[in-house]
Design a protein around this ligand. Structure first.
Ligand SMILES: [Fe+2]
Ligand SMILES: [Fe+2]
Length: 137
């Protein structure tokens, strides 16, 4: 029913809540790909919807806490993904078997966002953690 889930390597940010949320999103997407009925896939999609929103909120807090320099571009991409997700949720209510929009959203979330923007954030946070100034804070 879905394209197969592609293996996803998620760079750890060092923040336990955000890292746990990335793992949960990954599990949620795997469940969605494995769903065999409209009911299961709808429930999984609803759970993904909720988790993505919560996760973006926590990640924004983390970026602000660390004065992340690329925060604007990162938050802009979060907003784009939320708009896309809202459109997917509307379409699923009308056409539950039409998964093209949802697949596109997942590809964008995993590869274009987690694999790019979140990876850059993780690299920044790991460099910050390793710098002598952060240890003296
Ligand atoms: Fe993000
Ligand atoms: Fe993220």
């Amino acid at each position: 029913m879905f394209m197969s889930a592609q293996p996803l390597f998620i760079f750890p940010t060092g923040d336990s809540q955000v890292d746990a949320q990335h793992d949960e999103l990954d599990t949620c997407i795997e469940r969605l790909f494995a769903a065999k009925t409209v009911m299961t896939s709808t429930l999984c999609a609803m759970s993904l919807y909720q988790r993505v929103r919560e996760h973006f909120f926590c990640e924004a807090k983390l970026m602000r806490k660390h004065s992340y320099p690329a925060i604007e571009a990162h938050l802009y991409h979060h907003e784009e993904l939320i708009s896309q997700l809202n459109a997917v949720a509307r379409n699923m209510a009308i056409e539950p078997w039409n998964k093209a929009g949802l697949e596109l959203f997942i590809a964008e979330l995993t590869h274009d966002h987690i694999g790019t923007h979140d990876k850059q954030l993780a690299v920044f946070l790991s460099q910050e953690a390793a710098s002598p100034q952060s240890k003296s804070k």
